[in-house]
Design a protein around this ligand. Structure first.
Ligand code: 6GU
Length: 228
């Protein structure tokens, strides 16, 4: 898989992709991540990438030219399965979307700023508009990192057994159950007996019950009616 991210703040994205699982995925050549500075494509002398909104109002709008040129250049080099635009007015991102995107070959992600990008860019190039939740971030970069992380860890070979995605929260529409490690007794706070019992069937049952209980309490919206 290849992910191209278009941003005016490339430094913001360096950290998340240069550590831990996302870094290893690139070293193992399971994913290529390319970050493009939109400002490099600005055709004007001042290298400006934003301007006042037609019709007035507060906030700047990201201009069409630098972004269109960057997208056109990349599209000339390869086909893209999706061109995503990160925006708080997009469709809410979830695990199902992450699963689907993890099976694509080439994905482009455009990070918005200020009051957003010129609408004509969205009409002309964007195949999917994504929000990561009901709150507003200063820009799309952190959201792009979130979405990329959720996608990349699902690519076969990225995770090992210990970090397996199979037992994640949401993979079966249930939140994950509580987990414990040594010591079994910390200042009198004890690990549930069943986890020390060695009875795999009982442990599975306990984990399922706890996952269900946690989901009912915190995210009842995730449960189908027959499970409640
Ligand atoms: Cl994708 N971008 C911004 N700027 N804010 C957000 C978001 C995205 N998702 C939630 N809030």
């Amino acid at each position: 898989m290849r992910i191209d991210i278009l941003t005016i703040l490339p430094k913001l994205l360096e950290g998340p992709f240069n550590d831990s699982i996302l870094k290893r995925a690139q070293t193992k050549e399971l994913v290529e991540v390319h970050i493009h500075n939109i400002r490099d494509y600005a055709a004007n002398k001042q290298k400006s990438v934003d301007d006042y909104a037609f019709g007035g109002g507060a906030g700047m709008v990201m201009q069409i030219q630098p972004i269109a040129d960057c997208i056109e250049k990349l599209k000339g080099e390869r086909g893209y399965d999706e061109i995503l635009y990160m925006t708080p007015d997009g469709v809410r991102f979830n695990q199902k979307e992450a699963n689907q995107l993890s099976m694509k070959k080439n994905i482009m992600i455009l990070c918005g700023h200020y009051k957003g990008v010129d609408e004509r860019l969205r009409e002309q190039y964007i195949t999917k508009e994504i929000s990561i939740g009901d709150y507003v971030l200063s820009g799309g970069e952190l959201a792009a990192a979130v979405v990329s992380d959720a996608i990349i860890r699902l690519i076969p070979g990225v995770l090992n057994d210990e970090t397996s995605a199979l037992t994640d929260s949401f993979q079966d529409d249930l939140l994950a159950p509580p987990v414990y490690t040594r010591p079994a007794d910390f200042n009198g706070m004890k690990v549930p007996d069943v986890l020390l019992s060695g009875n795999l069937k009982e442990i599975e049952k306990w984990r399922y019950e706890k996952a269900l209980e946690r989901t009912k309490n915190r995210r009842p919206d995730l449960l189908d009616s027959e499970e409640i």
